[in-house]
Design a protein around this ligand. Structure first.
Ligand code: GTB
Length: 217
């Protein structure tokens, strides 16, 4: 059965692939699972039909038969469990890859999100210029630790996994900040993720929504 995901009808990132449908699209492309996309406007996201799928009125969602999921992490995990290619077969390696998924979402993403929230909601406050370096240093703490662990490896734990997919997508939200450039091995790691054919297909598909060349919706 072909799953259907939801994505922004008009993404605020103007097709830069930073919205969280991108990680779901990427996972589906990695495992070779075709999918359909239903585009939703900001107002539609808050209407009962969408709230029945997503209690917080957000994207992405995932529907497959009578299964409906929300939360990008849960969706990518579901895809990785149902298809080969995103989680190792070995039980311990699999558990470690899942740890990296959680680390991306629970340890790396919060300070990165804090930076964006501060810029968006507090950028006009008198204390913003003092706060930003504090937030950035919290990000640097995590990036330094991640950089140390990655070292000169291609991926976080052996072969590419759903853990890398999540981590790369989370780190991409630092694009344009210059912070990632301070960690050359992490910059290369992110570029390695972006170079994957599945990433490129997913990126092109979400960009096509923005440019109006999408076949779905
Ligand atoms: N924890 C949830 C998950 O991982 O799925 C978070 C989902 C979420 O934040 N969804 C956002 C949303 O629907 C879109 S991705 N927002 C609408 C709302 O809450 O009303 C977040 C996002 C938005 C914009 C950019 N951007 O412009 O760069 C990047 C990421």
């Amino acid at each position: 059965m072909t799953p259907t995901i939801t994505a922004f009808e008009r993404s605020p990132d103007r097709g830069r692939g930073l919205a969280r449908d991108m990680r779901v699209r990427w996972a589906l492309e990695e495992v070779g699972q075709p999918y359909e996309v239903r585009l939703v406007s900001f107002s539609e996201m808050k209407e009962p039909a969408h709230l029945a799928l997503h209690p917080f009125g957000q994207i992405p969602t995932y529907e497959e038969g009578d299964l409906a999921l929300f939360e990008s992490g849960a969706i990518v995990f579901h895809i990785a469990e149902r298809h080969g290619g995103l989680l190792p077969d070995d039980a311990n390696a699999r558990a470690r890859a899942i740890s990296w998924m959680f680390a991306a979402l629970n340890t790396m993403e919060p300070p990165i999100l804090e930076r964006q929230t501060a810029r968006l909601l507090e950028g006009d406050k008198t204390w913003y210029e003092q706060r930003l370096p504090v937030v950035d240093d919290r990000i640097r703490d995590r990036l330094g630790e991640l950089s140390g662990r990655l070292g000169d490896a291609d991926w976080l734990d052996g072969a590419f996994s759903a853990g890398d997919l999540m981590m790369v997508h989370v780190l991409l939200r630092l694009s344009g900040s210059g912070i990632l450039d301070e960690y050359p091995n992490l910059s290369t790691y992110v570029a390695r993720g972006e170079a994957r054919p599945a990433y490129k297909r997913a990126f092109a598909a979400q960009l096509a929504v923005f440019t109006g060349k999408s076949q779905t919706g």
